[in-house]
Design a protein around this ligand. Sequence first.
Ligand code: SF4
Length: 349
Amino acid sequence: MSEIVAELGRKVLETGHKLTREEGLELCRPSVDVHDVMYWANKIRRKFRGEEVKACSIVSVKTGACTEDCSFCAQSSKYKTNSPVHDFLPVEQVRAAAKAAKKSGSYALGLVAQGHGPKDEDLDVYVEYMKAMGEEGLVEKHINIGIMSETQIARLKGAGMVCCGHNLETSRRMFPKICSTHSYDDRVKTMQALQRQGVKICSGAIFGVGEDWIDRVDLAIDLRDLGAGNIPMNFLNRIEGTPLANARPMEPLDILRTVALYRFILFDRDLGVYGGREVNLRDLQALIFNAGASAVMIGNYLTTAGRPAEMDKQMIKDLGLKLAPPRVLDTLPPEGHPEPIPARAAGND
Ligand code: SF4
């Protein structure tokens, strides 16, 4: 057993120690056994997140033909891919997605849209969507629609948005290599506005886009400092037609080391393995929880299919873990009267 990993593991467990960049990099050394890092990450998960697994679902309400050029993404109009393209879904389809999310055991449904960010008039559509979700009752309303002004955030919060998804995607150093149409700082500014507005932040990244271990550590520290409460970890699902179509896939054990590293650095946050789980981890996917994950996405991803929700629920049960029960929220408050964020949803629950 590596002494340095054990020492850092004990420090996090006993004192909630915030790992420094140098300490994070210690966990990434090839000479450090990944199973040692996972052993301690699992203990940290159990102490700070317990045995519950949060499962969330998403629905893509506006898909494809995006103006941005994120090099991993099937939805960019700059690349020739097979992504579906559609404008805003009819509200009844969002209602059906809320029902399906509730039935599958998800605690939240995220409304996701392509694009740089919403126009002010688009917000009317999201208010309608959230009203329909509120009428279905049982899932938290999460929204992930790109870069937003503080005024836009305040309006959506007033209409019931509990959490806003806004991935940093990759490290500050790597960002210009994967996107030229907006900047890392554009994303940071939205996160800062979310913090000021007291909206729960779901922010993570996509791994396997050419970053190294230093990038992974730097990104984890930025996510910690910017108050991300949920950290979705996506692993590149290589899409034909995108610049990263032929990127070298991450090794499953490197994925597990990344999850464990994030559990050390973001010890008290919810850490989810989302996109690319099945395709990259294959038979090792159940080990994400031993590596420190406390959340998964069930059902389909944005433009690719996930495996049936029943298989994930069985996996969670077989591991002796429990699905976090779907949240019961009150019906939608009138716009302009913010729904109080329930205690469990505030901050880094
Ligand atoms: S990641 Fe989002 S912003 Fe970037 S191309 Fe895809 S849909 Fe557009």
